[in-house]
Design a binder for this molecule. Sequence first.
Ligand code: SAH
Ligand code: SF4
Length: 349
Amino acid sequence: MTDSELERLLALSDPAAIAALYDDAYRVKMECIGKCVSIRGLIEISNICRKNCYYCGIRSGNGKVARFRISREEILETALWAHRHRFASLVLQSGEVASEAFTSFIEEIVREICARTGNGMGITLSLGEQTRETYRRWRDAGATRYLLRIEASDPELYRRLHPADHSYEARTECLHMLRELDYQVGSGVMIGLPGQTIRHLVKDLRFFQAYDIDMIGMGPYIPHEDTPLGAGMTLTEEYRKHQLELGLKMIACARLLLRDVNIASTTALQALDPKGRELGLLAGANVIMPNLTDTAYRSGYRLYAGKPGLDESSERSLEAMSRSVESAGETILWGARGDSRHYFRRHEK
Ligand code: SAH
Ligand code: SF4
C-alpha cells in the first residue's frame, strides 16, 4: 500500500466507502487470524506517575487525583481470579515510576503470578520508560510482552504533547531495548489529537511497520478536563463521532497494512460509543482487554473523560464483554495466551 492510498482511506467520508474499508480489513483479519478474539485481563495497579504528559488525566501535575497503589496481595488475588475465569493473559499497567522498590515489587509479582498459575499466564507489562536493566529483570521474572505507545510518531507532534524533559528519542530507545530483550513489543498512538493530520497518521502506520511492532494498542484521543490539552474542550456528539470513526479507520488501515499483528480494540473506543469495542473488532481488531481492576480503584485511574465501567465489578465487565463479542459474531479464545503470530513468524525467519 502506498502512502497516498493510506491517506485516501483515512480521509474517506462516504459511509458506504467507510463500511467497505472495514469489511476489507475484517476479511484480512479472518484470513490471518480467524474469526476469534483474544482476551487480556487488565489490572491498573497504580496511578502514581512521574511524567506530566499534557493529555493524561493522571499526569503528575494533576493535584485533583488521589493517588493509589494496589498491594501485592490484591494484585495476586485478581490474577488468580482471572486464571480461574479462564484468562491466560494479563496486562499490568500503571503510571511511570522509576525506583528500586517499584522494580522489585513488579519483579516479585510477575514471578509469583507465573509460579501460582503454573506459567499459565502470558504477562504483559505497560509501565512506561525504564532502564534496560529493569526491563531485563522483568523479562527474566517471566513477563513476555511490553506495551509502550509512541503516542505520536512525528517527533515535532510528540514535542508539542509533552513537557521539555520528556524525550522522543528516549522512548524509541526503549522500544529498541524491548525488542533486543525479546519481548513481544506493543506500541500505538492516540488518534485525533489536536494538530494531528492524516499525514501524521500515515506516518504512525509506517512507524509500526518500520519497528516491526507485534501488537498495536491505539485509540482515539479523548480530552480530560484537568489537563493542559483537554481543558475547556467540550465533547459534542459530533466530536465523539469523528474521533470514533477515525479510530476505527486507523484499526482497519493497520490491519490491511500489517496483516498478522495483534490489534486491540481499546477502551477509549467504548468510551465514545457503548458499541465501540464491537465496532473495533468488525474493523479488524482481534484483542480486547476487559478491566479487572477492583472497582474501589477504578475511578482513580481516569486517563480521559467518560472512561466506561468505573463502577462495574469484574464479573459484570466480563459478562458484558462476552455478550458484546458474541453479538459481533466472534468467538472468545478462553484459556489461550493469544501470543502475537507476527512475533513467532519473525522468529521463524
Ligand atoms: N504510563 C504508561 C502506561 C499508562 S498510560 C505509559 O504512558 O506508557 C496508557 C496510555 O493511555 C498512554 O500510552 C496514552 O496513549 C493513553 N492516554 C493517556 N491520556 C489519554 C487521553 N486523554 N485520551 C486517550 N488516551 C490517553
Ligand atoms: Fe503518566 Fe502514562 Fe499518563 Fe504520561 S500517559 S502521564 S506516562 S500515565
